[in-house]
Design a protein around this ligand. Structure first.
Ligand code: SF4
Length: 486
């Protein structure tokens, strides 16, 4: 059964599918070795990263995430400093404590490899873990997939291999295998829905708002108080991330692109220019810098730069798009007079429901459908959440969510150097302001709209399937090839 809390997990930057998912997979492999009683027989591990994980894994820190996962760390508790430096640390030692306890031989470059020319057919983010024992006997072999948003899925060592740009054979992908076997929001809860139309019908029949429907389902899973506490923990982590990004002393983001952090300077400038009465009316820049939109830009840049720097982050619904929901929530918190913690909870419940519809009926993975699935989904979720707390009706919430995705349809994923920096960081700021504008349009209307959210999500899925693989997180097309790395 699905929970909105699956859409918001506390993790680590820079990528949910390339950092968070692989760390969880490595951790799961070690846990299964422990559970099956064979951990003590393992003398070394060999990990192969395929497809998009190989093409952009270096920039996303996939190898570092796998190493940390093998050591027994999880994204929510990993020491972010250690993770940033893990490769250098292994230059000075030739062993690893697998799962934090069992010593094995470990040579970083030999034991974690990027396979650039082939991929596993079911999903482009595949990983193969082989545990060797004495005499190089294979103790265990497992295949895992990072399927977007930090979600992982186990596969089979026999899953077929294909060329990096080949189309998977019919029937081999998860999307095809899963036909008719999808996760339900509330299979055992009061309100089961799998589409926005069904959600709207429930709201109409019961008179409940979207957030009330979702809370009724969450109540069955863990009770209202725990759900509320966990959502507020998510909010506080998002808030801390905005502060950390706005006050960071790091000037240049890691990765080699020499991208400067802009949020700290922007924060200094905006906070000193807040007195609109004292501003110089002949200074045109003051008009830009004293607007709400400028602060929303700052909030989104701060989180996205923290993500790119490998900091603590909330995956919402992915890391690449992690700046959008916190930025819109901060807008609500700082610029809406009636804002309170109840509103934050209602915002996140509503946004989570919309994220679920994207995950269930299309994808939130840039490697599967391009950036429309990451930034587009996050924009739609944020718009729905804000519309809810601004007093929007369920139909206005749907309208805002639909506007949020409609204008991101077709957006490709082409990160320069495979790093979640260009165009990702600015793209979060643009999408956060688009979400607020979508709410403005929806709230000025009566909720009626021509394109339904379900139709927009279906269009996103179709567009993603038609999109060439070079535009789906491989760093082989678009800006990634037209901007020279130096
Ligand atoms: S371009 Fe979009 S989908 Fe691709 S890494 Fe950046 S944020 Fe993620």
């Amino acid at each position: 059964m699905f929970s909105v809390l699956d859409m918001f997990t506390i993790g680590v930057g820079p990528s949910s599918s390339h950092t968070v998912g692989p760390m969880r997979a490595a951790h799961a492999v070690v846990a299964s070795l422990k559970d099956s009683g064979v951990l003590d027989r393992v003398t070394r591990m060999h990990v192969t990263l395929y497809g998009s994980l190989a093409m952009t894994g270096m920039g996303h820190g996939t190898d570092r995430a796998v190493a940390a996962g093998l050591e027994g760390s999880l994204p929510a508790d990993v020491n972010t400093e250690h993770m940033l430096n893990i490769k250098q640390e292994y230059e000075h030692k030739d062993f690893m404590l697998l799962g934090g306890t069992h010593a094995i031989a470990f040579h970083y470059e030999r034991d974690i490899v990027f396979e650039l020319w082939s991929r596993l057919a079911p999903h482009t983010n595949g990983m193969r873990f082989v545990a060797y024992g004495d005499g190089d006997d294979v103790v265990d072999e497992q295949v895992w997939y990072s399927i977007g948003g930090g979600f992982i899925r186990s596969g089979s060592p026999d899953d077929p291999m294909i060329g990096i740009h080949d189309r998977p054979p019919v029937g081999s992908t998860f999307a095809e295998r899963d036909e008719g076997d999808v996760v339900h929001f509330g299979a055992k809860s009061p309100y089961d829905f799998g589409s926005c139309d069904e959600l709207m019908s429930i709201c109409k029949d019961t008179g409940l708002d979207v957030c009330d429907v979702v809370m009724a389902n969450e109540r069955v899973i863990r009770g209202e108080r725990d759900t509320r506490d966990l959502l507020l923990k998510i909010w506080h982590t998002m808030h801390e991330c905005v502060i950390a990004g706005s006050t960071s002393r790091q000037e240049i983001l890691p990765g080699g692109l020499e991208v400067k952090r802009r949020a700290p300077g922007m924060y200094r400038r905006l906070s000193s220019n807040n007195d609109v009465l004292a501003r110089d009316h002949h200074d045109d820049s003051a008009a830009l810098e004293s607007s709400d939109a400028a602060w929303v830009d700052l909030f989104a840049l701060a989180v996205s730069e923290e993500n790119a720097g490998g900091g603590r982050i909330v995956t919402a619904p992915t890391n690449g798009a992690a700046g959008i929901i916190p930025a819109v929530l901060q807008y609500y918190w700082n610029f809406v007079d009636s804002a309170d913690e109840d509103g934050v909870v209602r915002f996140l419940l509503t946004a989570g429901a919309i994220g679920y519809l994207f995950k269930r009926n299309a994808s939130i993975s840039g490697a599967e459908v391009g950036c429309q699935g990451e930034v587009g989904s996050a924009c739609s979720m944020a718009a729905a959440g804000l519309c809810e707390v601004m007093g929007g009706t369920p139909r206005q919430v749907e309208n805002a969510a639909e506007i949020g995705i409609e204008h991101h349809l077709g957006l490709t994923c082409d990160p320069v150097g495979g790093l979640v920096q260009i165009p990702c960081i600015e793209r979060n700021a643009m999408a956060a302001n688009t979400a607020i504008n979508a709410v403005r349009i929806a709230m000025l209307g009566d909720g009626s709209h021509r394109v339904s959210l379900d139709q927009a999500i279906r269009t996103m899925k179709d567009t993603g399937e038609d999109m060439m693989s070079k535009y789906k997180e491989t760093a082989q097309g678009g800006l990634a090839v037209n901007v020279v790395e130096c």
